[in-house]
Design a protein around this ligand. Structure first.
Ligand code: ZN
Length: 116
């Protein structure tokens, strides 16, 4: 289950982002962007978070996940398009070299701390 490694990294980043001078900080919400090709299973990630955030400021954090579409760019004709399939072929010039410009990211966009 590779979600465990991802969860560990995200927790580490979130922990580093908590202001050091806060007393008993609590993170309520973690906003994430996850690409459709990142192969992250949402409920697995949530499950991993529950395990590794126990007794940390992120305990019971709510994950708000924004799914990022897969975007492809054709290097030959510079067309850009979105797709759901991993079949990458330019619909215009039918050849050319294509590259993925989004769809694999796993990142924290923001987090909300409890203010009580
Ligand atoms: Zn093209």
């Amino acid at each position: 289950m590779h979600e465990m490694g991802i969860a560990e990294q995200l927790v580490q980043i979130a922990m580093d982002a908590i202001p050091k001078d806060m007393d008993d900080p609590r993170v309520k919400i973690l906003n994430l962007r996850i690409g459709k090709l990142a192969s992250v299973v949402e409920h697995s990630l949530t499950f991993c978070f529950e395990i590794i955030t126990k007794d940390t400021p992120l305990e019971n954090v709510r994950l708000v996940i924004e799914s990022v579409p897969v975007k492809i760019h054709c290097k030959s004709c510079h067309k850009e398009w979105e797709t759901d399939s991993p079949m990458f072929k330019c619909p215009d010039c039918k050849e050319g070299e294509v590259e993925m410009i989004s769809g694999r990211e796993i990142e924290i966009t923001s987090m909300e701390l409890a203010d009580d």
